[in-house]
Design a protein around this ligand. Structure first.
Ligand SMILES: Nc1ncnc2c1ncn2[C@@H]1O[C@H](COP(=O)(O)OP(=O)(O)OP(=O)(O)O)[C@@H](O)[C@H]1O
Ligand SMILES: [Mg+2]
Length: 303
């Protein structure tokens, strides 16, 4: 079952498209990393999904129902702009005010549970204005949890955080996902961070979804390859192809030949030397999410 599905979602600002015919598929229970450069259309897409912005065209389904369905909408927790906290109130008091707004029954117990979950149990009377940015973000996430969401939509929640803050948010989100089964849509351009928690990815470029891929498929695609740096890539490619008899996928870039799933550097070196080719470097390489993302941006991942 899909938590979110968009079909041909589009939105322009003053005639300039921000999101174009975007199809997104967020499976229930997933942590979906929504990746794209500045201005790619991440926030615009997320705002339309949460109903903060009206699409020009297209359809949004949440758990198989129309995005306009009020009941479904009440099951979505959203943090898009920076969190609105009462600066002179403690974590508990901020949570209590939100609980009152939402009419949560038995709020004390619930607040204590959530504060534990987001790692803010021991902040006592400390005013939220004295919190680090990461603590404020976790408090905001805690507030959204008061509404028992099935789905959390977070727009760059690690923006501006230091490495420790990023790790804490990451752990919190992972816990929320595994312990409470909450689906999380999270946008970011800190790719390395997403790769530790995301189960699915969507890559957006200039308003268009250029690829959706799950963790396993990404791992498969990011498998190791050997990079052989040579000046005459064309000649080297021919020699290597002949010797490997089509057993390995071979790719040629400007200054190197890539051999997928292959380790024997000595053999390749000898082969090249025997053919009068000298490699300046031969090394093993593993693509990570960041490289995959850049390759996807340049349209190289389907090659
Ligand atoms: N309210 C608005 N009025 C006019 N243009 C807008 C508005 N909101 C967004 N845009 C434009 O739409 C495009 C997509 O913006 P959006 O904020 O969705 O990108 P983003 O991927 O969230 O970028 P960032 O990583 O910088 O947050 C950009 O060109 C932006 O300038
Ligand atoms: Mg944005």
């Amino acid at each position: 079952m899909l938590a979110i599905e968009t079909q041909k979602l589009s939105r322009s600002f003053k005639g300039k498209p921000a999101v174009s015919s975007l199809n997104m598929h967020v499976p229930n229970g997933s942590i979906y990393g929504f990746i794209g450069q500045n201005g790619a259309g991440k926030s615009t897409t997320q705002k339309m999904i949460c109903g903060l912005l009206h699409p020009d065209e297209g359809k949004i389904s949440l758990y198989g129902k129309s995005g306009d369905d009020a009941e479904i909408r009440s099951k979505i927790g959203v943090i898009i702009e920076s969190p609105a906290l009462f600066p002179n109130a403690s974590a508990y008091e901020n949570m209590m005010m939100q609980a009152m707004n939402l009419g949560v029954s038995n709020p004390d117990k619930k607040i204590k549970e959530i504060l534990k979950l987001v790692g803010l149990s021991d902040t006592d009377k400390k005013k939220s204005k004295l919190f680090s940015l990461g603590m404020k973000q976790r408090l905001a996430i805690g507030q959204t949890l008061l509404g028992d969401p099935r789905l959390l939509i977070l727009d760059e929640p690690t923006n501006g955080l230091d490495p420790q803050g990023i790790i804490e948010i990451r752990n919190t989100l992972q816990k929320i996902n595994t312990e409470q089964g909450i689906t999380i849509l999270i946008s970011s351009h800190i790719l390395g961070e997403l790769s530790r928690i995301a189960t699915h990815y969507g890559i957006i470029k200039q308003g268009e979804m250029i690829e959706e891929i799950d963790k396993e498929a990404l791992r498969e695609k990011c498998k190791e390859y050997m990079t052989v740096h040579v000046s005459d890539t064309h000649k080297a490619e021919g020699v290597i192809r002949l010797a490997l008899e089509g057993k390995h996928e071979i790719e040629v870039t400007e200054d190197a030949v890539h051999i997928h799933h292959y380790q024997d550097g000595e053999k390749i070196n000898r082969l090249l030397v025997d053919n009068g080719i000298y490699a300046s470097e031969i090394k093993q390489h593993k693509m990570d999410l960041e490289e995959y993302f850049l390759a996807a941006m340049e349209g190289r991942t389907h090659a």
